[in-house]
Design a protein around this ligand. Sequence first.
Ligand SMILES: CSC[C@H]1O[C@H](OP(=O)(O)O)[C@H](O)[C@@H]1O
Ligand SMILES: Nc1ncnc2[nH]cnc12
Length: 325
Amino acid sequence: MASENVLIGVIGGSGLYHLDNLTTIKTVNPETPWGYPSSPITICALPSGTRVAFVARHGKHHNISPSAVPSRANVAALKHLGVRAILAFSAVGSLREEIVPGHFALPTQIIDRTKGVRPASFFEGTSIVAHAAFGEPFSMRLVRWLEGAVARALGEEGRGVVLHRDKCIVCMEGPQFSTRAESVMYRAWGGDLINMSVLPEAKLAREAELGCVASFFLILETKLKFPRCDRYALIATATDYDSWRPHSEVVTASQVMQTLQANANTSRHVAAAILEDLHITAQGDLLSEERGSMAFSIMPKSADQKEEDIEKLAYILPEYFKPAN
Ligand SMILES: CSC[C@H]1O[C@H](OP(=O)(O)O)[C@H](O)[C@@H]1O
Ligand SMILES: Nc1ncnc2[nH]cnc12
């Protein structure tokens, strides 16, 4: 019998508001210490019975703009459900000729162009300070695993969708698109893709450290072997060429919409094709060896840390925060 544990969370972006190619088991809408998620979370079953959790980043009817997405609630709710890895989908602009709208990409780096208006840490506003490592913003072991799995799924689909690797994504504030000058500048900076969503989602996934700590020795050993410790990866689905091409029109929402539906269908196919293996992988080595990333990121316990903050953080990090009662 398939396990009822939900180990993988999927965040759907623009165009990907449901995984209706899977069987819906139930919907939950947990209130977290950071409020409610963007949409009720759908628990879906794969043909084997394996369960995954799905949340629509902008709401089921796309009512939440990128700056207002409750990313802390989304990540916290998934973590609290027992999720160990988050697979996020995003519609992105392409800053490179060879990344043609309709292509998919797995970014490995991020340039932050958000404007500080989004709550970007679970520790914000609390009496507890933590500095998570973010030099490698995605889980590299998960990304490397996905490179094979997603390429196979795209090949099986047979639409000829190309997968690009090792790309750098710029995350801008929005909701308006970039100017031509900004788009050209991002290319000069080394940006390959652009969206409005990967931050703070990736930072929060890192802070939520989807795993538990068995012993100090294990943490130490794990840190030495695998300094990159979250389990979050983004499948970027290109919809447009942004605004850098001198002789082309600038990007508009209607241009994005033209590619969105086909990309969403392919995303659903990819999800259905890889989630079973990802679930199995989440039970084993690939993800469990990355435990403990926040162990040395949180400043030592002190009398100045408020009980209410400890209680709040225990929702996502029960390994480190134990309320007094
Ligand atoms: C609809 S165009 C801009 C919008 O699309 C992307 O959303 P998501 O990342 O959730 O797929 C982009 O980040 C913007 O929010
Ligand atoms: N050109 C673009 N800029 C920012 N976010 C996007 N999402 C899709 N296309 C985009």
